[in-house]
Design a protein around this ligand. Structure first.
Ligand SMILES: Nc1ncnc2c1ncn2[C@@H]1O[C@H](COP(=O)(O)OP(=O)(O)OP(=O)(O)O)[C@@H](O)[C@H]1O
Length: 229
C-alpha cells in the first residue's frame, strides 16, 4: 500500500501556548476513507490543516503524497495542493452570482488549464456529482445539498488523489447530508482517498476507519464494522 499521508510525532502549538496537537502518528493509505472524529477543540481542524498543507507542524514530520512538507517552500506547497488535494468545507464557499460551471471551473484556475477546457471539465465533474441538470444555476438557485455537491465537483475537477472534507454535512439537513455522504462513498469507491472531519459519531460510524482525537492526541484508530445506511 502507498501512504498518501504520514504524520510522525507531529505537534502544533499556537502562539499563546495552546498545544493543539501533542504528538500525532498516523498513516493513511491510498484508497482509504477515514473519519477524523472528536469533540470541539480536540484538534480536528488543526490536523486537517497540517494534512492539507495549509499550515506547518511545530515539530515532527508531515508527508503528503510522498513529499516531506517541512522541506518545501510555500510556492512548492501551493503547487502540491493544486495537484494532489481537493478541499470541501462546511459552508461551501461558492462564488455568489456565478453559475455552477464557473464555480467548478475555478477549481482549475491554478492548474494551468485553458479556459475552454476548464469549463468542459467542470461540466463533466458536475455530471459526476449528479448535477448535470443544474449547470447554469447560481448558488442562490441551488439547495444546500446541491451547493455542497457543486463544492465537491470543484474539489474533484483537478482529479486530486486526496479529498479533505471538513464537516461536509454540517450545514445540511439529514436528507441532503445523506446524499452528500453517499456521494463521498461513491467517490471513494472509484479510487479517491478521502478524510472526513466530523463531530457527528453517526456519520463517522458509517465510515470504514475512524481516527478519534481528544485534547490533541489520537485516542483511538479503529477499522471496526461499518453500519450500513
Ligand atoms: N489560530 C489559533 N490560535 C490559537 N489557538 C488556536 C488557533 N486555532 C485553534 N486553536 C486552539 O487549538 C485547539 C484545537 O482547535 P481546532 O480548531 O483544531 O479544534 P477542532 O477539533 O477542529 O474544533 P471544532 O470542532 O470546534 O472546530 C483549540 O483549543 C483551539 O482553541
Amino acid at each position: 500500500m502507498t501512504a498518501v499521508i504520514e504524520l510522525a510525532a507531529a505537534t502544533k502549538s499556537y502562539p499563546g501556548g495552546v498545544s493543539a496537537l501533542r504528538g500525532v502518528d498516523v498513516r493513511i493509505d491510498q484508497g482509504e476513507l477515514v473519519a477524523i472524529v472528536g469533540p470541539s477543540g480536540s484538534g480536528k481542524s488543526t490536523l486537517l490543516n497540517l494534512i492539507g498543507t495549509l499550515d506547518r507542524a511545530t515539530s515532527g514530520t508531515v508527508r503528503v503524497a510522498g513529499y516531506d512538507v517541512g522541506g518545501l517552500t510555500d510556492a512548492r506547497l501551493s503547487a502540491l495542493r493544486a495537484r494532489h488535494i481537493g478541499f470541501v468545507f462546511q459552508q461551501f464557499h461558492l462564488a455568489p452570482g456565478r453559475d455552477a460551471v464557473a464555480n467548478v471551473a475555478d477549481g482549475l484556475l491554478y492548474a494551468g488549464v485553458p479556459a475552454k477546457q476548464r469549463r468542459d471539465r467542470a461540466r463533466e465533474a458536475l455530471g459526476r456529482v449528479g448535477l448535470g441538470h443544474r449547470l447554469a444555476h447560481t448558488p442562490e438557485e441551488l439547495s444546500g445539498g446541491e451547493k455542497q455537491r457543486v463544492a465537491i465537483a470543484r474539489a474533484l475537477v483537478g482529479e486530486p488523489g486526496l479529498l479533505l472534507a471538513d464537516e461536509p454535512t454540517g450545514a445540511l439537513d439529514t436528507a441532503s447530508g445523506e446524499v452528500v455522504m453517499n456521494l463521498i462513498h461513491a467517490l471513494n469507491a472509484s479510487g479517491t482517498t478521502i478524510c472526513v472531519i466530523t463531530h457527528d459519531t453517526e456519520i463517522a460510524g458509517r465510515l470504514p476507519r475512524r481516527v478519534g482525537l481528544r485534547d490533541g492526541e489520537i485516542v483511538y484508530d479503529t477499522r471496526a464494522a461499518v453500519t450500513t445506511p
